[in-house]
Design a protein around this ligand. Structure first.
Ligand code: AMP
Length: 548
């Protein structure tokens, strides 16, 4: 059934292979900035960047954090850091100062790359506030009390900013690293080395750094590309974030492993998606369900031509059957696939295939991809359940992360002694191995495809003086699937309003995490063992806020 032959390559080897086989094929295109790069030019840019970074002293195993929208240098940095054995740590573009500070500290990051900002968030200002030393310490030799590991900050563009290296400055240093030293560095790398780290809360608790190896993600990207029958003639429209596996693994590595072209959007915009697909004659389109819904419902939808489209991926959240049918009928995506997975699984576990029947392609999340085993277990006993019975989805294979960075206990809780990763999702598998996702064991909220971890917002709200207790839950929403809701118990004698809560969050936590709905209560529904029954709060929120 799984006929894809897996590879044992580093990301650098994967790119070199693409440059050798398809040098003149376009690798990266941006429609809104008339930017085009062939595979040979991408390969040359990556090598110059990598040698420049080595010249500045970047060592194997150092972390390279990237806090940027999908700008053209992003993919070059992904491969340059991989080629020198560094670990690319992707930062969510919605993060604000408290989230960035946590991540830089927990990951012990040595290098930070950033752009000037996104939407109303000024990244440069946040970094200067967190790192006042950047104005006084010599470049490349930061000495921060708060972030003792951080040595270098880079601006991911041509502009110069105080205390940061610009990209042209790094490129100018490339010849300082002898070619032989660069080749030697690459030959010391192993596909089993960690190459990527992404922060996610997984099934419980605070964000954890998921360590993914070259082999993990090279195979995952290659396999999801094979399952869409990609070749060097395919052109993939990528409006999904590169900081998530959807963009940097399923998108970038799915394309590079097949010599396909990436038509990238700096961030999602429905008109840019339609224009990119039409102008570049894209054959594939990726997106979370809300992106497809936004395109289908746009008033300019009928003005664009989707005749070139064939395949693609819808994933990241439950994909409504109606939406799947509409993209097949109205966007010519007759061979679109659904993927299911999570960051800890590199990310894809199951995928529908282009030749599955329509029912399976719309009502299930497909079957295991090559190199991956799936089973459904009873979450209480850990025993394997028969087909047709709901339980927790577990997977084992090439795609399972190496572990969480510096969190041995949490790693052991996620991956059992036999190597099975416990996803925290509920599902039912049929006799042929097709999986349907039926719910979430964990309490994560998914708002428009963006994961939100209640605990993180709860921790932040606990710092508000008037709050005695807080529980954050997902409130069902027509538009986003879920919205954030907070049930608050106020301290005796304190007086507060919904607006006070929102004001306390504004500018401090990501906009999409700020509770849209706030309710004040005296107590929470509890189990006999003293656990808050969040599902009861979810039900109550749906009654209190029916307009959601
Ligand atoms: P992340 O780690 O950000 O990739 O989030 C993973 C979570 O998203 C999974 O554990 C699921 O709860 C959810 N998810 C991903 N893909 C799907 C899908 N196709 N259908 C339903 N839920 C999904």
């Amino acid at each position: 059934m799984n006929d894809v032959r897996l590879k044992n390559l580093t990301l650098g080897q994967m790119l070199d292979e693409a440059v050798d086989r398809w040098p003149d094929n376009e690798a990266i295109v941006y429609v809104d900035r008339e930017f085009r790069l062939t595979y040979s030019r991408l390969g040359a840019l990556v090598d110059r960047l990598a040698r420049g970074l080595m010249a500045l002293g970047l060592k194997k195993g150092e972390k390279v954090a990237v806090w940027a929208t999908n700008i053209p240098y992003w993919v070059a940095l992904q491969f340059a850091s991989a080629k020198i054995g560094a670990v690319l740590l992707t930062v969510n573009t919605n993060d604000r100062s408290s989230e960035l500070a946590y991540l830089l500290k927990q990951s012990q990051t040595e290098n930070l790359f950033l752009i000037d900002g996104y939407q109303d968030v000024d990244y440069l200002q946040i970094v200067t506030e967190l790192l006042p030393e950047i104005k006084t310490d010599p470049r490349g030799h930061l000495n921060s009390e708060t972030f003792p590991h951080l040595k270098r900050v880079f601006f991911l563009g041509p502009e110069k900013h105080r205390g940061m290296y610009s990209i042209p400055e790094v490129l100018a240093l490339s010849n300082v690293t002898p070619k032989a030293a660069y080749l030697e560095r690459q030959s010391a790398l192993d596909p089993g080395d960690v190459v990527n780290m992404q922060y996610t809360s997984g099934t419980t608790g605070f964000p954890k750094g998921v360590m993914l190896t070259h082999r993990n993600i090279a195979n995952n990207g290659f396999t999801v590309g094979e399952n869409q029958r990609f070749s060097e003639r395919d052109r993939i429209c990528l409006p999904v974030p590169l900081f998530h596996c959807f963009g940097c693994v399923m998108g970038v590595l799915g394309a590079v492993s097949h010599g396909s072209c990436m038509v990238i959007l700096e961030s999602f915009d429905p008109v840019q998606v339609m224009a990119s697909v039409e102008q570049e004659r894209c054959t594939a389109l990726y997106g979370v369900p809300t992106m497809f819904i936004a395109v289908l419902g746009h008033k300019l939808f009928d003005k664009f031509d989707y005749g070139s489209l064939r395949t693609g991926i819808m994933a990241g959240a439950p994909c409504p059957v109606q939406v799947m049918r509409q993209v097949m009928d109205k966007m010519n995506l007759t061979q679109i696939t659904i993927c299911y997975g999570l960051t800890e699984a590199s990310p894809v576990i199951t995928q529908t295939r282009v030749d599955d029947d329509v029912r399976r392609r719309t009502e299930t999340v497909g079957r295991a991809i090559a190199g991956v085993e799936v089973r459904i277990v009873d979450p209480d006993t850990g025993k394997t359940l028969p087909s047709g019975v709901q339980g927790e989805v577990c997977c084992r294979g090439d795609n399972v992360m190496k572990g969480y960075y510096n969190m041995a206990e949490e790693t052991a809780a996620a991956i059992d002694k036999d190597g099975w990763l416990h996803t925290g999702d509920f599902g039912i598998m049929d006799q042929e191995g097709y999986l349907a996702i039926t719910g979430r064991h964990k309490d994560m909220i998914i708002r428009g495809g963006e994961n939100i971890y209640p605990r993180e917002i709860e921790e932040y709200l606990y710092t508000m003086g008037e709050i005695a207790d807080v529980q954050v839950i997902g409130v069902p929403s027509q538009k986003y699937g879920e919205e954030v809701g907070a049930f608050i118990v106020v301290k005796d004698g304190a007086d507060m309003t919904e607006a006070d809560v929102v004001d306390f969050c504004r500018g401090k936590i990501s906009r999409h995490k700020i509770p849209k709905y706030v309710a004040f209560v005296d107590a929470y529904p509890m189990t006999a063992s003293g656990k808050v029954q969040k599902y009861k709060l979810v039900k109550k929120a749906a009654e209190l806020f029916p307009e959601a």
